[in-house]
Ligand binder design. Sequence first.
Ligand SMILES: Cc1cc2nc3c(=O)[nH]c(=O)nc-3n(C[C@H](O)[C@H](O)[C@H](O)COP(=O)(O)O)c2cc1C
Length: 319
Amino acid sequence: MRTTRPEWAAIRSQMTLPVFCAPMFLVSGVELVVEACRAGISGSFPAANCRELATYDAWMAEVTGRVAALKAADPAAKIAPFAANLVTHRTNPRFEQDLETILKYQPPIVITALGSPQRVVEPVHAYGGLVIADVNSVTLARKAADCGVDGIALVASGSGGHTGHFSPFALVPAIRRWWDGAIVLGGAIGDATGVRAAEVLGADFAYVGTRFIPTPESLAPAEHKAMIVASTMDDLIVSNFFSGAHASWLKPSIVAAGYDLATLKPRQGYQFKGQLGDEPKPWKGLFSAGQGIDMIDREQPVAEIVAELRRDYAALRAA
Ligand SMILES: Cc1cc2nc3c(=O)[nH]c(=O)nc-3n(C[C@H](O)[C@H](O)[C@H](O)COP(=O)(O)O)c2cc1C
């Protein structure tokens, strides 16, 4: 590992691979998280995947209970820690309540997205948790570091969801020069070569999203899974039309929703879902993916994907 902070070595020792199954809106739920943790990679779901606060509480209770039960059943097994994921942007109307729920269940890791991690760091540290801030530039990484985060999820070009536009080859070394915390690198990583390359670049973990969409455990609609299996990176378009922040979309889903690709106009600044007035609600019926989709040729269970990654990663390490 490149980070010199011992808390990350402790986290890595509970994992079978240096991989996070990245949180995904309308995709990650209890089953994806629990299966990821069972396979030894950190699982995570966004609070926004629960429409009601009571549902969020129930999901947090279930994930916490099931991950603890897996550990209790086999204390020698590597059961990876669970990570909560919270949009910290000021337009998120449920921020305070979701944070309260996080503090109630005390997940080992909290990943913040689309806003400053400032309001999260102190309360999470107070119970012994670690905070990772999701950022897509060196400037935002610095701001997050100044807030006292423990790790940075670096969303590089090629990422699914709200994407980045800087190359990982530029981002990781630029941040490694001054950052001794963890770097979790995301963007089109879908196989063991990508995981190993992230480490060689200077990251500690890989942040893998799209690869886990076509799994039986994901909540993604069948159309989303099938579109990912059938598509290539040429079928993607980056636009900020739907949420105000640049995201990587599957063109066929935009066309199917009745939009003309040529007329997606740029917007001013991110707005939490449902805040764009009469405009289309982002994500529902519109499908996102990262540029790693050419590596995906079928739906596979999480355990099978992780077993494959582990086998190939071990061979790469040995070589
Ligand atoms: C469908 C989809 C939904 C996403 N939703 C979220 C989200 O709600 N919160 C978040 O922090 N990141 C979200 N992301 C970004 C991922 O956490 C991660 O940064 C990204 O998937 C990594 O790139 P990859 O998809 O190329 O592996 C989403 C990504 C995808 C593909």
